[in-house]
Design a protein around this ligand. Structure first.
Ligand code: SF4
Length: 346
């Protein structure tokens, strides 16, 4: 059975035409899927009974099932979601000043093997379909509606389990569906794709203009990157920066570099100076993230004085630098932690 959430608008149109209906019916069905959170074809009341019957014979609407929800004291909510084949992924929603941001997964597990990441420890299991990626948005939005939350889900970051650019075709389908005006109608300014760097897709993604880009850098030298991010380091750091120097940016737009501070590993003054040198060739801003300790992994967060000293060096060299507080520390909100816990540390 086809999951209707996996179809692009044009694929849905073709399906509807193949069932003997005019293509404009696709718009109605699309609105039911993405604007009205419909989960059963039979409830699409303004669609003819004949089309509903025929659609139900060939397709379903399969949202990811919520296997577990954990709510943090700081308002962060983490979902463990079960996909139709029993695989599990995580999705987190984070409260900001006037909205929620959802952190979405793109793969079950991850092949990149970053040493500080619980998902990396899992290894790669499979790519998520576009319907599964978008299903996370539907689940998160519904949860907030059911809770009567004052703040709405407005921003999306593809920063959960997996390397988005290693699931490129499904990522692009997902981004296109997010933009569709009769669907979720989300602006690219509200969507960020975070990548450790996959050479063959970076510039294409930029040219499409469907999202902002964040680079998970985490190390200022090739040697250190090889140590803590062996998969990502297969693309030489200097080559990554060469590619990013060509990345299409709007006037005043900057690339965001995520830098996870790991105590005693990449948080020294010398590392900050190396980072300044590395980023001198690109229009950059830096997001410092204090590591959320993960059971079983040999890394810890630096003291706040160290974080501030690191930031000060970057700022003194003119680099816009913010510190992102880790949220949801009490609910295993770091990537892959909840799945690992619920699988008995699989
Ligand atoms: S940090 Fe991201 S790229 Fe690295 S292993 Fe974890 S999920 Fe994969």
């Amino acid at each position: 059975m086809t999951n209707l959430l996996d179809l692009t608008f044009h694929e849905l149109e073709s399906l509807i035409v193949s069932l003997g209906e005019p293509p404009y019916r696709a718009r109605q069905v699309w609105q039911w899927l993405w604007q009205k959170s419909c989960r059963d074809v039979a409830t699409m009341t303004d669609v003819s009974k004949a089309l509903r019957t025929r659609l139900a014979e060939v397709a379903v609407i399969a949202w990811p099932a919520v296997a577990e929800v954990r709510e943090s004291r700081d308002g962060t909510v983490k979902f463990l979601l079960e996909l139709t084949d029993g695989e599990r992924v995580e999705c987190v929603i984070i409260p900001e000043k006037d909205h929620f941001t959802a952190c979405l997964s793109t793969q079950v597990g991850c092949a990149m093997g970053c040493g500080f990441c619980a998902t990396g420890m899992l290894g790669f299991r499979r790519n998520m379909t576009s319907g599964e990626m978008l299903g996370q948005v539907l689940v998160a939005r519904q949860y907030l509606l059911d809770k009567g939350a004052v703040l709405a889900l407005r921003n999306l970051v593809f920063m959960g389990m997996g390397e988005p650019l290693l699931n490129y075709d499904n990522l692009v389908k997902t981004l296109e569906a997010l933009h569709h005006p009769q669907g979720l109608d989300m602006s690219g300014r509200r969507i960020t794709v975070s990548t450790a760097g996959v050479a063959r897709h970076l510039l294409d993604l930029g040219r499409m203009g469907l999202c902002a880009l964040a680079i998970s850098l985490h190390a200022p030298t090739q040697a250190l990157r090889e140590k803590i991010m062996p998969g990502a380091a297969k693309l030489e750091l200097s080559k990554l920066i060469d590619i990013l120097a060509q990345y299409p940016l709007k006037p005043r737009e900057k690339l965001t570099f995520e830098y996870l501070l790991l105590a005693g590993v990449n948080d020294a003054d010398a590392n900050a100076r190396e980072l300044v040198r590395l980023l001198s060739r690109v229009k950059a801003k830096v997001n410092l993230i204090v590591y959320n300790a993960t059971p079983g992994l040999p890394y810890g967060p630096p003291a706040m004085e160290r974080v501030l000293a690191f930031q000060e060096i970057l700022k003194s060299k003119g680099l816009t630098t913010t510190i992102r507080k880790s949220k949801g520390g009490d609910i295993a909100a770091a990537c892959g932690q909840l799945r690992a816990e619920c699988a008995g540390g699989e």
